[in-house]
Design a protein around this ligand. Sequence first.
Ligand SMILES: O=C(O)CCC(=O)C(=O)O
Ligand SMILES: [Fe+2]
Length: 409
Amino acid sequence: MNQHVRFYPDIDYRAHPAFRDLDVPVRGDDAIVDGMIEAVDLALDALHRERHDDAALGQAFDNGPGRRIAELAAYLDRTTSNERVRLLLSRALADVTGELLEEAKIRNDRHSFNRPLSSQARSVADDLKRDGVHICRLSEVEKKKLWELCAPVIARLRAAAELNPKIRVAESMPRYAGVGVRLDRFFRRSAVLDGLSAYFGSNVTFTGFSLEYSHNKQDWWQNCYADVGMATSKTVYMHYDHGCRNPKAIIALSEVTEENGPTGYIKGSHSKPRSNFIHFLIKSIDHRFYDDYIAGTQSYYRRRFQELEYRREFLMLPTALQACSHFGEDITDDTELSSDLLKDEIKVTRDVGNCIVFDGDYGIHRGALVKSGERFVFQVIFAIEPDPPKIGALKKRARAIARRVLKGE
Ligand SMILES: O=C(O)CCC(=O)C(=O)O
Ligand SMILES: [Fe+2]
């Protein structure tokens, strides 16, 4: 199979024990769909190589990749008989067109991005380029201070977990108050922001973060395929994040070992060959699935793969679209793919570091799967965007301080 028209990793769902006996007829038009995918990717590549002024970019996008995507959308609309599948595809294709235009704008701006780099920032950017990940460390003193500042949030998270022990619990925290300001200082001091900017060729800002509490009673990631007698796989929860361009950091406040859910990153996975278009489209399909999904009572987080009806609909898609951004459980243990991914995984335990910065939209990672004990981490979101005007940031900070004083924190 031509990996340039496929998602990475390419999983054969028709051979998977939970799908192989479902008796869904094969569409038989993979060659046509693959050809149309290739046409979108070629048009995207051509557009990304050119330099446009802002006004002309939209037009160039519509005439190139936009037109090719519309052709694929019309073809799938004509040839997909299941109504729910057809509507899902149409919503996802509309979304992905918007996403790819945004991506094209970012890439277009890169042609004029040029910023001097310190040697520290160059080394962060080199790590990201080579591995898709940069690992660093907050001092014990700084960690202790952050832990103290988070005490009220930690107490609320523990209480929420008591009430609802099986699901994920996190609280988003103010970007411009105490903890956010300290994290911002850390990212600047350790050249994380400059390194990310150099890696992406665009300005990167620290936009927000939350504190997440994970513990061993949670089961949101377990037992997807228990109905066919499969144990949770060794690659469970390996995934790409849902966005299409935002880098991320995970900072561990707890002492992390193999037991309490270390973040894992598959070194080099950000640059594996794949179709750029399919990479974006699969995330849009995953996301748009939830528009007509009626939530059930189970806590497992990927019901599209757990329920027979949705498994059948999944097999009605062209083979190139039979993929998922959160694919870890779908890889069968002791296969070549499973061992390849596992052998390249770096687990960020306390001996390795306590802060991992990574390209989570293109690189495979996982974490928070606690076997025993518990773990508190900050999930940090960066964005590719211009710095906010200084005066705006100062105003936000003043408002955040005022809120804190009023709350008596
Ligand atoms: O908590 C971790 O270590 C990783 C979590 C993650 O990748 C996510 O929430 O998307
Ligand atoms: Fe993630």
